[in-house]
Design a protein around this ligand. Sequence first.
Ligand SMILES: [Zn+2]
Length: 130
Amino acid sequence: MNSPTLSDIKELEITLRAMRQDVLDAIRVHLSSSGDDEPHRLANHIADGDSPAEAAFLSDNDLALLHHEQSDLAAIDAALKRIEFGVGGICIECGEPIPAPRLRAAPTALTCLECQARLEQQAATQHAAA
Ligand SMILES: [Zn+2]
């Protein structure tokens, strides 16, 4: 089996923290290039989980990008929380360990490949029926 070991989870946590930093840096760069003189304050707000929509001075395009970055951040934070609670790398659907290669490819993955495929299949079926 390819179940994640403790060191895989440790590696996953390090990867997620690096990803989180990258997203925060991207938000800061992005905000400072939009001409705002308080990019750090706003970036910190976003890191705290506040909505960037409060930043009314940003353009729609900026907001769309920020929303995208914020949802990345939320996915990363959720994955880190799961590690914190000792369920990192466990599929939320079937409760089985997510194989280490999948975690390396998709550190924020919540499900194993089988469940992912099943969920996509279900979504496609529902879409077709609608
Ligand atoms: Zn599963």
